[in-house]
Design a protein around this ligand. Structure first.
Ligand SMILES: Cc1ncc(COP(=O)(O)O)c(C=O)c1O
Length: 279
């Protein structure tokens, strides 16, 4: 299928023909959720985990899942291309009501949108990236993959404006996650990531890394991480489905350890590349 074809409410059509109402609650209120699902050589990675998280996001905003797993798979199938790495962007909003009103409208069909893009190699993966710590200004329901991303956008842009690739967010003195990623650090050989306690998005890449660490006897723990711990970390990574694992080599203008991607990053990245092939 051409790159320019998207799925909207039961129809596959060219991107430029995909239109929604200005009364769509996604447009008016950011009233919707989304998923980003990677595809490797035509195989959808961790599909059950992504669809479970989508279901959890929908439940959290009190919106019924418009499709069964089989229906979602049928929607995805025509986009799959075994010759490349792709990702699905899936968005569901509460739909377009007849007037703008905060209260949930009655008898409104949700808007379902799916597009599929190529995963482009991210150069910072090899060289490592700079990051900056910023105050986590987001709301308290960060476990929902909500389309309402204004705080994340402002935080990522602030990081970019400071010459960095990502913001590492700090809430009341503790690390939460990145503006669009989860965070891992290594201290004394132990891989650590903040708890999944509502202050972070439960990243699928995060779960895969924890699983790979356990399977390969790499000491790891989910725990509270004080901001000061970042200074004693020998490695810092940010992780997400489209960028995988990105080593942070400089934080707040200071090098992380020797300022080069660390040994555990290289080991984990190799494990992840293998996992992409076999699962
Ligand atoms: C705020 C936030 N946290 C974490 C992640 C990583 O999640 P995943 O590994 O499922 O892509 C993302 C992904 O975009 C994100 O936006």
């Amino acid at each position: 299928m051409s790159d320019q074809t998207v799925y909207l409410n039961g129809v596959y059509l060219p991107l430029q023909d995909a239109k929604i109402s200005v009364l769509d609650r996604g447009f008016l209120f950011g009233d919707g959720v989304y998923e980003v699902i990677p595809v490797y050589s035509g195989h959808i990675f961790r599909i059950n985990e992504h669809l479970t998280r989508l279901d959890n996001s929908l439940k959290a905003i009190r919106l019924e899942n418009p499709h069964t797993t089989a229906e979602w798979l049928a929607i995805f199938e025509p986009f799959l291309d075994s010759s490349k790495e792709q990702y699905f962007y899936v968005q569901i909003t509460r739909g377009a009501a007849s007037k703008r009103d905060h209260a949930f409208p009655e008898q409104v069909q949700p808007t379902v949108f799916v597009m599929c893009s190529d995963i482009k190699p991210f150069e910072g993966k090899v060289s490592g990236v700079k990051a900056v710590t910023l105050d986590d200004t987001r709301w308290e329901l960060c476990q929902i993959k909500a389309i309402t991303l204004l705080a994340n956008i402002l935080l990522r842009q602030e990081a970019l404006d400071q010459g960095c690739a990502e913001a590492i967010l700090i809430k009341q003195g503790y690390v939460t996650e990145g503006a669009a990623s989860n965070v891992f650090i290594v201290i004394d050989g132990v891989l650590m990531t903040p708890l999944n306690n509502g202050a972070i998005l439960p990243g699928i890449t995060r779960d895969v890394i924890l699983e790979l660490a356990k399977r390969n006897n790499i000491p790891c723990s989910e725990q509270v991480i004080a901001m000061e711990a970042l200074e004693s970390a020998s490695e810092i990574w940010v992780t997400s489905s489209t960028r995988e694992i990105i080593p942070v080599i400089e934080l707040d203008g200071k090098p992380v350890a020797d300022g080069k991607p660390g040994a555990l990053f290289k080991q984990m990245d190799a494990l992840l590349q293998n996992e992409k092939k076999i699962s």
